[in-house]
Design a protein around this ligand. Structure first.
Ligand code: FAD
Length: 321
C-alpha cells in the first residue's frame, strides 16, 4: 500500500460528474487523479466507432441552465468541442464533432487513467490518512480525499464497508435501462429530413441519423428504445433486439433503405435516473474524506452530473477547513 501514487484527491469516474469534480479540485490548486474502468473518457456521454461508422450511443444532447455550466459550455463551443443544436423543441448542445468530444474537452490537462477498474477502496496511512483505490491486479493510487461518481448501484457496492452512510444514499436511487441500436447504411440511403424521431413508448423512443447532427456525417443511424420496451426486453440477446428495433423504426419512418452494412445493440442497464437520491441523503462521509456525486444525486441529465460533481468537490473542500 505504501507504494501507491499519492494525490490530494482521487476521483472515481471520468464521466461528466467526475470531470467536473476534478476541474474544481485543480482550480483549488490540488493534485488530482481520475480513474475509470472504461476504455474512453466520458462515461455515458459516449461515442462508438465501428466499420467506418460513428454512433453517439449514450447521451444525445445536453442543456445548460446553471451560469457556471453555461460558461463551461461556451468555452467548449469556442474550442469547437460543442455545437448549438435546436432539437426536441429546445435550444441544446451537441458534442462536436461527436458527443464524446465534450467530456474530452472537460478532461484536457487532467491526469485521467482509463481501464482502471477499482475493486476496493480502503483507508490506510500514507503520508497521513489516505484512501487507497485498488484494481483486481493490485494497481493502486491513493488520495487524501475522494469523490466517487460511479452509477448509484456501483457506488453503493464500492462504499458499503468504508462509508455505509453514503452507500445507503446511493442505494435509494433508481434507473431505467435503455437499449440503443446502431445501424450503418450507405450514405446515399440517408433520408433528407432533419429532425430526430421521438416517441414515448415501445422499441423506438428516439432515432437520429448521425448525419443530421450539426457536425455529423456518414450513413449511421442510432435508435434508442423507450424505457418500457427496454425493461421488458433487457435480458434478450443484442442481435434480436437490434433487428426488432430496426423493423419498428422502418415502419414508423416509412423508409426502406435496404440491409444495413453494420448492425449492433448496446444494453445500458443504468441509463436514465428515474428516482434520484433523497434530498436529505448524506453526500459526505462521517470522516469528511469521501463525497459522492453523479447525475443520480440531483436528477437525470448531463447538467445534473456536472453540478453534482462540482458541489461534491466544494463540500469536501468545506469539510477540510
Ligand atoms: C442512452 C442514454 C441517453 C441519454 N440521453 C441524454 C440526453 O439526451 N441528455 C442528457 O442530458 N442526458 C442524457 N443521458 C444521461 C447522461 O448521459 C447522464 O446523466 C450523465 O452522462 C451521467 O454522468 P455521470 O458522470 O454521473 O455518470 P457516468 O457517465 O455513468 O460516469 C460514471 C463513470 O464511473 C465509471 N465507473 C463505474 N464503476 C467503476 C469502477 N469500479 N472503477 C472505475 N470506474 C468506474 C464508469 O466507467 C463511468 O465512466 C442519457 C444516458 C443514456 C445512457
Amino acid at each position: 500500500m505504501s507504494q501507491s501514487e499519492f494525490f490530494d484527491v482521487v476521483v472515481l469516474g471520468s464521466g461528466v460528474a467526475g470531470l467536473a469534480a476534478a476541474r474544481r479540485a485543480t482550480a483549488a490548486g490540488l493534485s488530482v487523479c481520475v480513474v475509470d474502468k472504461g476504455r474512453r473518457i466520458g462515461g455515458r456521454v459516449s461515442t462508438k466507432r465501428a466499420d467506418g461508422f460513428t454512433f453517439n450511443h449514450g447521451a444525445q444532447f445536453l442543456t445548460a441552465r446553471d451560469p457556471g455550466f453555461i460558461e463551461d459550455c461556451a468555452a467548449a463551443i469556442d474550442a469547437s468541442a460543442l455545437a448549438d443544436w435546436h432539437v426536441a423543441g429546445r435550444d441544446a448542445f451537441c458534442g462536436a464533432p461527436t458527443m464524446r468530444d465534450f467530456p474530452a474537452f472537460l478532461g484536457e490537462g487532467l491526469d485521467v487513467r482509463q481501464s482502471f477498474e477499482v475493486s476496493s477502496i480502503t483507508r490506510g496511512v500514507d503520508a497521513g490518512p489516505a484512501l487507497h483505490f485498488t484494481t483486481a491486479d493490485g494497481t493502486s493510487v491513493a488520495g487524501r480525499r475522494a469523490v466517487i461518481t460511479a452509477p448509484a448501484p456501483q457506488t453503493a457496492k464500492l462504499l458499503s464497508e468504508i462509508a455505509p452512510e453514503l452507500a445507503t444514499s446511493a442505494a435509494a436511487a433508481e434507473y431505467a435501462p435503455c437499449w440503443t441500436a446502431m445501424y450503418g447504411f450507405d450514405e446515399t440511403q440517408v433520408p433528407s429530413h432533419a429532425q430526430p424521431y421521438r416517441g414515448d413508448s415501445g422499441p423506438v423512443g428516439w432515432a437520429v441519423w448521425e448525419a443530421h447532427r450539426p457536425t455529423g456525417t456518414g450513413g449511421a443511424l442510432t435508435v434508442q428504445a423507450a424505457p418500457d420496451w427496454s425493461a421488458e426486453h433487457l435480458e434478450e440477446d443484442a442481435q434480436s433486439v437490434a433487428e426488432a428495433m430496426l423493423s419498428a423504426y422502418l415502419v414508423i419512418a416509412g423508409l426502406a433503405p435496404g440491409e444495413p452494412r453494420y448492425i449492433a445493440a448496446h444494453r445500458w442497464r443504468y441509463a436514465r435516473v428515474i428516482r434520484p437520491a433523497p434530498a436529505d441523503a448524506s453526500l459526505v462521509s462521517q470522516q469528511g474524506d469521501i463525497a459522492i456525486a453523479g447525475d443520480w444525486v440531483k436528477g437525470a441529465r448531463v447538467e445534473d452530473a456536472f453540478l453534482s460533481g462540482r458541489s461534491a468537490m466544494d463540500m469536501l473542500l468545506a469539510s477540510a477547513t
